[in-house]
Design a protein around this ligand. Structure first.
Ligand SMILES: Nc1nc2c(ncn2[C@@H]2O[C@H](COP(=O)(O)OP(=O)(O)OP(=O)(O)O)[C@@H](O)[C@H]2O)c(=O)[nH]1
Length: 185
């Protein structure tokens, strides 16, 4: 079963104040941390970003932009774009603002997914993490309907398809590694 990693980096980072993909942690860009975590568990990784950020990524990486007619409408568009441009059996999705997820965690989620549900996503005792998730290719047709109907909430979409929610403790006991960074403080 071919798995492609989707690194979402097409948001505006309004709350953060500068593109989060290029914020740093331990001397590495957020996107580099996330790319490594995906690359270790996937057959290929594609970064879906905004046009103006493309020159900031190394040329050797696979970097694409949202389909022009849907550009900037949110993470569901980034996922749909990657599914359209890079066909595969399933996709491991991670946003550029979850830089504490590592290779062990991505590998563990793939193990837990089993390939039978539309989407397998993670939840902690406090919150759902719809963007740390595995998406079967068959949801692509539902995804485009959702986006065309301007229903852009990832959580609402996951409520409509067959989603398996995985307890984060099966992946890592420390739930702080699942936090996402929205502000620069
Ligand atoms: N490809 C793509 N990715 C997106 C889009 N919107 C958000 N993302 C990504 O989805 C993840 C979650 O985004 P958010 O934190 O909700 O939004 P953001 O735009 O990054 O930040 P804010 O502007 O502060 O809301 C991040 O990795 C974003 O880069 C989009 O329209 N296209």
């Amino acid at each position: 079963m071919e798995t492609i990693g989707i690194l979402l980096a097409g948001g505006m980072s309004r709350r953060f104040g500068s593109p989060k993909a290029f914020a740093k942690i331990n001397d590495r860009f957020f996107y580099e941390q996330v790319w490594r975590a995906l690359d270790a568990a996937c057959d290929h990784v594609v970064i879906v970003t905004r046009e103006e950020l493309i020159p900031r990524f190394p040329e050797e990486l696979d970097v694409i932009i949202d389909l022009p007619s849907l550009s900037g409408l949110g993470p569901l568009v980034g996922i749909y774009t990657a599914m359209t441009e890079r066909p595969a059996d399933q996709y491991l999705v991670l946003p550029c603002d979850m830089p504490f997820i590592g290779q062990k965690e991505t590998a563990a989620l793939i193990q837990l997914a089993e390939g039978t549900h539309d989407v397998t996503a993670v939840r902690t005792s406090e919150e759902h993490l719809p963007l740390f998730s595995i998406w079967n290719h068959r949801v692509k047709k539902d995804l485009i309907q959702e986006v065309l109907n301007k229903q852009l909430s990832v959580m609402k979409f996951l409520d409509q398809v067959e989603t398996k929610w995985v307890d984060s403790r099966l992946i890592h006991v420390d739930k702080t590694i699942f936090r996402n960074i929205n502000t620069d403080d």
